[in-house]
Design a protein around this ligand. Structure first.
Ligand SMILES: [Zn+2]
Length: 300
């Protein structure tokens, strides 16, 4: 009886107290609209809760990523966002100060990448006329840092041409496959060894027309095959924006950080359906390697 009780007690450990495998969140935003409801200390506490060992943070304005980093210097990787206020997601590509500001930010040594840059059909210039974007790609290669790009087109051609034109630049393709079938993502990854697929916001609440899993959370076969084909080329992020119905909320606080558990519970669910070594690469190792943190961050 005593023995039975001991066993049942072990089995009774609440799920929340079991250590979750460590993950890197490669798509975090910290915006002025989030600071209202999530202080830097609150944000770091959320990372603790979810066992996020490294977080790549896009500040709006950029300095907010530094405010987070000051609380957890080794855990936060700030990347430079040129966005300062609402609407900059479509203005940056035409703003001549974007490149100068990015150069100054990277030269300061405080930022370790550029992004997230939105390139959305109907708003963005064509690739030939995308001078600011092209200069940023060259700048990222010059500083040897990754650049995160969010594309929204019905074909993969824009990304394909871009990555071929800048083979020296390491490109994180944000939400890759959110609007394109796995075969299109495969085409880009096959042609461009300098592209990594970011799976931020590929959850049941965003980009709902192109899911990664069934409604029950089962990884779709064609996505599973793609992840297994390129185990060193994908990374996961939460992209904390909440509520999710607006891309660029400015009149209401964004409570995305309070939803981090929701996003990571989903991602951990499909990651667990992959062989453990592959899941560890996608959830942690690939981003650690891409941002050069292998010495500081352990994924085991
Ligand atoms: Zn995005």
């Amino acid at each position: 009886m005593r023995r039975f009780m001991l066993i049942s007690c072990l089995l009774c450990v609440p799920i929340g107290l079991r250590a979750q495998p460590p993950v890197v969140d490669m798509h975090l935003h910290y915006k002025w609209t989030q600071q209202d409801v999530t202080s830097p200390a609150d944000a770091i506490a959320v990372l603790d809760e979810e066992n996020v060992v490294l977080g790549v943070v896009i500040g709006t304005p950029a300095e907010l990523a530094l405010a987070l980093q000051s609380r957890a210097p080794d855990r936060i990787v700030p990347i430079f966002s040129p966005y300062r206020e609402g609407g900059d997601w479509h203005r940056w590509a035409y703003d001549e100060t974007t490149v100068t500001r990015a150069r100054t930010a990277l030269a300061s040594g405080q930022y370790h990448g550029i992004g997230e840059l939105h390139v959305i059909g109907g708003f963005a210039p064509t690739l030939e006329k995308a001078v600011v974007l092209q200069q940023l790609l060259a700048l990222a290669a010059g500083f040897d840092v990754p650049i995160m790009i969010h594309t929204e087109f019905s074909r993969a051609d824009f990304m394909l041409k871009l990555c071929q034109q800048f083979p020296q630049t390491r490109i994180i393709w944000a939400h890759s496959g959110a609007l394109l079938p796995p075969a299109a993502v495969d085409r880009v990854l096959a042609h461009c060894g300098n592209v990594w697929g970011g799976l931020g916001a590929r959850d049941p609440w965003r980009f709902v027309d192109n899911p990664l899993t069934t409604a029950d959370g089962i990884l779709l076969p064609e996505w599973k095959a793609l992840l297994l084909k390129y185990p060193s080329r994908f990374m996961v992020g939460s992209d904390p924006v909440w509520p999710v119905d607006q891309l660029d909320r400015w009149d209401e606080a964004d409570s995305g950080w309070q939803q981090l558990g929701r996003f990571w519970t989903f991602h951990r669910g499909w990651l667990a359906q992959l062989p453990q070594a592959v899941a560890r690469q996608i959830a942690c190792r690939n981003a650690v390697a891409l941002f050069g943190r292998s010495q500081q961050v352990k994924c085991d």
